[in-house]
Design a protein around this ligand. Structure first.
Ligand SMILES: [Zn+2]
Length: 91
């Protein structure tokens, strides 16, 4: 099935381009993290928003809700910034 391709960002009207996201971390409902690899997407050159086809979104949703077995595990270093740097910056 051929998915409809975006030509303009629906959020800001910027130009979009097809990309492959090498690593895409997402949080599961239970709080654990999952990383998707080599995810096809389109990205807005202006605002940076990423968009996924309905088929890709469905498969990621199934994995997030743990309806699909994971393909492997990776170890990821974690670093939390010092408290004084974790405040939201003024806009
Ligand atoms: Zn945009």
């Amino acid at each position: 099935m051929m998915a409809k391709r975006l030509s303009r960002c629906p959020l800001c009207g910027g130009a979009v381009q097809a990309i492959i996201v090498k690593e895409l971390p997402r949080r599961r409902p239970d709080g654990t993290c999952i990383v998707f690899g080599d995810v096809p997407a389109t990205r807005c050159a202006s605002c940076g928003e990423q968009f996924f086809s309905s088929e890709v979104s469905l498969v990621m949703h199934q994995a997030l809700s743990q309806k699909k077995p994971v393909k492997g595990r990776i170890e990821v270093p974690f670093y939390r910034l010092p408290t004084h740097l974790r405040k939201a910056a003024p806009v």
